[in-house]
Design a protein around this ligand. Structure first.
Ligand code: ACO
Length: 458
């Protein structure tokens, strides 16, 4: 006997609503027939309690610090898989066989270069354009160069377009960076793997090759892998929303980039580095800064600490901390901000203010430090997040596209604006007359006609 929930409406009507149970025993009340049967809708600002879809891609249990892609704990994937293999898992639901892995790598390589005339678009942006602005525009523009991708109705074509998007987004990101620093845009190399190729396009110059260390490559691979999906977050929900209208993959992904741009979403790792820069520049000690945070009079927070979903710990942060320690030891970088970060972490983890509120370092705390250690400028942080999140967006786009029952996303609202008003011409409005509903119009003026000269052209 399926479970139901009982809802009693203010007029006394009683509705039985089906309960949906997920594979991890998550329970949801299915209200899809609510409006049709009762005239009511639900309201849930910020969708804090709303399951917008059923999805088979990622599972999170924030209370227990669990993150799994297609059932695999992210810790196992981080230990055993590359970002590219993880992407295939996310998009197609299974880890690739060696042959599938080789084929997808081949597609990534073959699709890494941008069309030659496409490269001219970069010159159209001002030098200081934000790379996220360039990236979102360029992903959208790619569609015009890849018309078969407009409607993807066979698996082979979908695989090619997915590879093209994952590969070119990395080329676009590096090209946006090169344009912003006035250096020549580098071509991708066919002999390099995904992460090395990206670092090559970022940091090589026509006359000098950049060869990343094994620690740098491994840290960036982990960064991408840990950002690859995070179920129905703001940008992924945006991608699904756009996809539900049957927009193509490029347009949907470009919308995801725009959503990710915000400081409350993809911009937090940048805020961590800004905080460290501020502490350094102010000459304040770490102890003084922590005291300022605890004092709360300035309203400042310790950026990179706390998480809405993860209450015990952020599993991504645990993995990144380890990678961060290895990277910093191997690179021996002399950046005083990294030292401040270490002191902050230690101070906060031993302070009752943070312990009692369950405030632990989140993924952004360590990712900001790792990216800085790799020489990635702060404006590029969110761009790298977008590269990592691309397979997740593709997987969600595919989930929408493949499901025959997908409806266009179209939430309802509770309208709180003015009720129907009477039309007043400009003269009447200037005289302060309004309609009979809100503000009373004096009786003698009600018949006044606007002078001809004041009437507006239509
Ligand atoms: N520094 C200091 N105090 C904090 C912090 C922080 N980073 N985060 C929360 N608190 C305090 C709050 O003041 C509050 O204290 P109170 O109960 O005494 O009033 C308590 O901890 C609970 O805080 P909430 O704001 O209710 O927690 P919420 O879940 O709404 O916020 C958030 C989570 C937004 C991540 C918050 O912890 C924060 O602002 N962190 C800093 C920004 C950051 O790192 N964002 C990245 C998140 S990870 C990601 O998005 C990928």
């Amino acid at each position: 006997m399926p479970e139901t929930a009982t809802l009693t409406l203010p007029d006394g009507r009683v509705l039985e609503l089906p309960v949906v149970v997920g594979t991890e025993n998550e329970h949801a009340i299915d209200i899809s027939r609510l409006r049709a049967e009762s005239g009511y809708v639900t309201i849930d600002d910020g969708y804090m309690n709303t399951g917008s879809c059923k999805s088979e891609i990622t599972f999170i249990d924030g209370e227990k610090g669990i993150l799994r892609y297609r059932g695999y704990p992210v810790e196992d994937l981080a230990k055993n898989c590359s970002f590219v293999e993880t992407s295939q898992l996310l998009i197609w639901g299974e880890l690739p066989s060696p042959e599938e892995r080789r084929h997808f790598s081949h597609l990534l390589t073959e699709n890494s270069a941008l069309p030659e005339d496409f490269r001219r678009h970069f010159a159209g942006f001002p030098v200081h354009a934000h790379p996220m602005s360039i990236m979102s525009a360029m992903i959208n523009a790619l569609q015009s160069y890849d018309l078969p991708g407009l409607i993807i109705d066979d698996e082979e074509e979908f695989e090619r377009v997915s590879a093209a998007l994952m590969s070119k987004v990395r080329t676009i990101a590096a090209a946006a960076y090169k344009s912003s620093v006035g250096e020549p845009i580098m071509y991708p190399r066919y002999d390099l793997r995904y992460v090395e190729n990206f670092l090559h396009m970022m940091f090589s110059r026509p006359y000098r090759d950049y060869v990343p260390s094994a620690e740098a490559t491994s840290a960036l691979n982990l960064f991408f892998l840990l950002h690859a999906d995070h179920e129905q977050n703001c940008s992924t929900s945006t991608v699904r929303m756009v996809a539900s209208g049957q927009a193509n993959l490029y347009a949907s992904a470009a919308a995801g980039v725009c959503a990710l741009w915000g400081r409350l979403h993809g911009g937090a790792n940048q805020a961590v580095m800004e905080m460290l820069t501020y502490i350094r520049a102010s000459g304040m000690s770490v102890k003084e800064y922590v005291a300022k945070v605890k004092d709360r009079s300035d309203g400042i927070r310790l950026m990179g600490f706390g998480h809405r979903v993860y209450r015990a710990f952020d599993p991504r942060a645990v993995l990144l901390k380890d990678a961060c320690d290895k990277l910093l030891n191997a690179m021996q970088i002399d950046d005083p901000r990294l030292d401040i970060a270490r002191q902050l972490e230690e101070a906060a983890l031993n302070d009752d203010y943070f312990i009692s509120r369950k405030l632990y370092p989140n993924v952004d705390f360590y990712s900001g430090i790792i990216l800085t250690a790799l020489g990635i400028p702060v404006e590029m942080f969110t761009v790298l997040f977008a590269i990592g999140r691309m397979p997740g967006w593709i997987a969600h786009w595919k989930e929408i596209y493949d499901a025959p029952q997908t409806k266009i996303y179209r939430p309802r609202q509770v309208y709180t604006g003015p009720v129907k008003r009477e039309w007043l011409n400009r003269f009447q409005r200037e005289k302060g007359m309004t309609d009979s509903r809100g503000f009373k119009v004096p009786e003698e003026l009600r018949t006044t006609q606007a002078p001809q000269s004041q009437s507006l052209p239509s």
